[in-house]
Design a protein around this ligand. Sequence first.
Ligand code: KIV
Ligand code: ZN
Length: 467
Amino acid sequence: MDRPRITIFDTTLRDGEQSPGCSMNVQEKLHLAQQLDRLGVDVIEAGFPIASDGDFEAVQRIAAALRRPIIAGLARACTGDVDRAWQALQGAAHPRIHVFLATSDIHLKYKLRITREQCLAQAREAVRHAKSLCADVEFSPEDATRTDVPFLCQVVEAAIAAGATTVNIPDTVGYSMPEEYGNLIRTLREKVAGIDRVTISTHCHNDLGLAVANSLAGVQQGARQVECTINGIGERAGNASLEEIVMAMRVRPDRYPYETAVAAEHLFSSSQTLAEITRVPVQPHKAITGRNAFAHEAGIHQDGMLKNPLTYEIMTPQSVGVPDSRLVLGKHSGRHALALRCEQLGHQFERRELDEIYRKFVVLADRIKKVQDSHLLELIQDVVKGNVSHSDAADNQSKKFPPATAALPFQRAAAANANEPHPAQVSGSAGQAQPRPVCPAPTNWFGGASVPLADHHSEQEDYLWGV
Ligand code: KIV
Ligand code: ZN
C-alpha cells in the first residue's frame, strides 16, 4: 500500500533567518535556495517581502530562478502585506501566499489589541484577498497552541471558507507537548467544516526541545505538511529540524509510515551550506548532521562497530551524505576527489573554478599534508570571494592553516553504496546485517583512513586536465 506523502515546507530562509546571527543577503539566500531545490523540498518559504527590500528581492530572485518547488512569501493579514508578497512572487512557477494572524487571547489583547470578532473578520478578509490573487493560499493562526480551541476551530473554518488551501497550526512559542499537539490536530479534523479539502500543516518551535516530536505527533494525527528548517535554526530555540523529521520517517517506517521527496543524501551538504553561509556552526552532537553524529569513541562501541555496525548504528553516514571517510585529501589527490568533496560540502564548481581551487589546494596540501574539510571550506571561500591572488595564495595559506592535527575520534569506514538501505531499516531475515568492512585507522575530521581512493581513470584525467 502506498504510504501517505508528507509535504516538506522549508522555512530556513524565513523563520530560520529570524534566528540571531543567521541573517543572509540576497545572494546567499539564492545559493541556499538552490541547495534546497537539490535536496528536494516541496515548498521553500523564501522570505517576508514586506519586511525589507532585501527580503522582497530575495523572494523575487528565488521565485524567478527555481521552477520545481512551490515558492511561498509570508504576509501579515492585511492588504499591504498580501499585495507585496504577491508582487514578489510574480515570476514564480508555483507561487503561494502565506497569511498569518495571531489568534490567542494573549496576542489579541497585548499585541494586536483587537477582539476575537475583529480577528475572525481580519483573517477571513485577508485570506479572501490573497485568494483573489493566488490559487495557493496558506493560513496560519499564530500561537494556535495557546488559542482557545473552539475559537481556533472557528478561525480555521473561516479561513478555509475564504479559500485557504493549507491550514498551518503553529506552536509559536514551543509550549505544546506531543500528545497535546497531536490531539489538537485531531480535534481540528473532527470539528472544522471543510478541513478534509485542505492540507493540515505543522509548524513547531523548539523551546522545550519538542519541535520534532510535536511535528511527528501532528503527522500521526493527519497533518500532511511539516514546516521545518535546516539544522533546526529559527526564532529562540529554533524550529523543527528538517533532517531529523525526514530521517525519523526513513529509519522508523514502522512508526511513521510516510514518504517525503527529500533526497536524504543531500542532507549533510545542505547543513554545511547553511553553516557556512551564516557562519553559525552545527552543534557537534546535532542529530544527523553534527560532526559527532556518526563518531564512535568508546572502546566498547568501537569493538561493537568492528564486529557489526548494527550494534551502534541505526543509519549509515552515507545515507545522509556524510562524506566517504576513506577519501582523504592530500597532495596526491586528484581533481575528481576534490570536486566530490566540494560537492559533499555543498559546493559545485565549473571546471575553471575547480581548477583554481585545485592549484591552491595542491600548494596547501604540500604544506600541511592532510587537508581537512575546514581548510577546504576556507580555501573555497577565498576563491569564491576572489580575495586571494595567485601570487600570495601560498603565503596566506601558510599563515591561515595550521598543520593537520592528530587523529580525532574513531569512526567506521564507509559502506560501499550510499543508497543501499541500512540493514536496521530492512525487516526480516534479509535485513540481517553482514558485518561490513570497518576501518579503525587514524582519522581525519570524518574519521578517514589513510588510503586515497582515486581510481586510475580519474587520476588519468586529473593528469590531463589543465595542469
Ligand atoms: O511561529 C509562527 O507562528 C510563525 C508563523 C508566522 C507561521 O512563524
Ligand atoms: Zn515560526
